[in-house]
Design a protein around this ligand. Structure first.
Ligand code: NAD
Length: 314
């Protein structure tokens, strides 16, 4: 999903791009309008980056890489072992960059790589700064560990091979085009889907609803990632996200309202996972060095997402 927004912004800036995706979660329809609009400037390859030879052949002649391919999903997916493949993908991309003399790579890391000790009920109100990753490592799940390892591995490739490196840590990105699998997707597409598919049934929200998250619209994330790419080449990480944390209860109400439903029509299923209690970035570094801040409000972003999912209801 985020890759399609980055692609569009890069094409608008006049760059030529190649997209590599095995469509395990992404959809070709997310980028096919770009192929029609920017004919000759964009190439799409359906290939699996778990295969090193596929990674290597696709990076021939490429000078910059935005690396986003990963196994991505919500709190349920994070409980599975699927993220185990992420280091293989990351390693193949890093090796293929060096093999093809790619000059610069952006690695997409995540809030999930921060220690759980920074995300407990006692931390509410304490926004996560980039240096909190330096505490004893303790990501919440295998996905977070995989991304933490990815950061370390790309830093080593930067140090040893001179590969210019940008590391962004995205916090809860959402927007139209995101996969909305009923079990494995992120909270916003999942709640919108449930709300629209079952208009006469109370909305089931996993967990207590008291847990906090902050959400960043995908177009803002893409703009921040491109800005970070232009400004940072030494692997120094930067948080990208909204500093406005809300509870999942408030999020659910916002979604119900955007779908023209009664905001309190909610059931909390405490048997389901809810993840860490608190997660919100400090974005001083992005604001200071990239002159970046999110521009799309949560209300506006959710309205856009609801319009999209309404039009794509199966
Ligand atoms: N969405 C978020 O909230 C969020 C937050 C932090 C970090 N990130 C990171 O941003 C990146 C993009 O996330 P997204 O939300 O756009 O998720 P996404 O699932 O929409 O994008 C990931 C893409 O990788 C592709 N992919 C997976 N395995 C592949 C493989 N073996 N070979 C080739 N392609 C493969 C998928 O088909 C998908 O299109 C990921 O690296 C993710 O970890 C996302």
């Amino acid at each position: 999903m985020i890759g399609s927004y980055i692609s569009e912004q890069l094409l608008r800036e006049g760059h030529e791009i190649t997209i590599i995706d095995n469509l395990s979660r992404g959809k070709f329809e997310n980028v096919s309008p770009l192929i029609n609009t920017y004919d000759g400037k964009i190439k799409f390859t359906n290939d699996d980056l778990v295969d090193y030879e596929a990674a290597k052949k696709n990076l021939v002649g490429i000078d910059s890489v935005f690396h986003l391919a990963a196994i991505v999903g919500g709190v349920k997916l994070a409980e599975t072992s699927k993220a185990a493949v992420i280091p293989t993908i990351d390693c193949n991309v890093a090796r293929a960059c060096v093999e093809n003399n790619v000059s610069h790579v952006l690695y997409t890391s995540t809030a999930c790589a921060y220690p759980v000790s920074t995300q407990t009920p006692g931390c509410v109100g304490v926004k996560m700064t980039e240096d909190m990753m330096d505490m004893p490592a303790e990501p919440e799940n295998l996905y977070g560990w995989a991304k933490l390892y990815g950061e370390l591995m790309f830093k080593k490739f930067h140090e040893i091979h001179g590969l210019e490196l940008t590391i962004v840590r995205d916090f809860n990105v959402y927007g139209p085009k995101e996969d909305n699998d009923p079990v494995m997707s992120h909270v916003i597409p999942m709640l919108i889907r449930r709300t629209l598919e079952k208009p006469n049934v109370p909305l089931t929200v996993w967990g207590s609803g008291n847990q906090y998250r902050s959400f960043m619209y995908a177009d803002d994330a893409a703009r921040g990632m491109i800005g970070a790419f232009k400004q940072i080449k030494n692997g120094s990480p930067v948080n990208l996200g909204s500093e406005e944390a809300i509870t999942i209860r408030e999020l659910a109400k916002t979604i119900l309202t955007a779908c023209n439903r009664t905001p309190d029509d909610i059931i909390f299923d405490r048997a389901q996972p809810e993840g860490v209690f608190w997660r919100c970035p400090d974005t001083t570094r992005a604001r200071t060095f990239l002159n970046w801040k999110p521009e799309i409000s949560l209300q506006e972003g959710i309205n856009r997402a609801v319009t999209y999912y309404r039009a794509h209801l199966k």
